[in-house]
Design a protein around this ligand. Sequence first.
Ligand code: GTP
Ligand code: MG
Length: 171
Amino acid sequence: GVKKREVNVLVVGLDNSGKTTIINHFKPHDSKNHDIVPTVGFNVERFTSKALAFTAFDMSGQGRYRNLWEHYYRECHGVIFVIDSSDKLRMVVAKDELDLLLQHSDLKNRRIPILFFANKMDLRESVSSVKCSSLMGLDQIRDKPWHICASNAVTGEGLSEGVDWLTDQIK
Ligand code: GTP
Ligand code: MG
């Protein structure tokens, strides 16, 4: 078959937002992880979409590891930013981290697409993707294409729509 283009995607967001669960969903059946634990540092994972072969840098969202994120900004072709849509209390923290990312010299003025997942849509306390995007101030993003999808990483709902969008932006 035709060789898919190799791209790097950076997966960030606060701890417990569901990053590893999301990436696990895309991995081939035989390499899926059956018990997901909080990520230490980061993991490198591989998966493919219809047109692209992704290398995903699944970063830890814990405070003490967030300083690792910036080391991968330079070489990424796209960003997946995962938000726990049920964690309204920490949405401001997620927004602060997003603002730091957007202001970083290695991402500024680059047209890097950002896919947001408003994850954990199944939880009763969760807010809609529209509400999530206003709490995160996404309408202020001017220099990058972005898209937000409500998702449930446990069932996989909403995940393919997101990665299809990202694929169209990068390919
Ligand atoms: P760090 O590696 O610590 O940064 O966390 P993470 O963002 O990788 O989160 P992880 O994938 O480890 O998921 C954290 C917890 O949330 C796990 O218990 C998951 O099963 C759960 N979880 C993930 N996505 C969803 C979802 O959409 N709905 C529900 N109900 N639980 C979810
Ligand atoms: Mg993780």
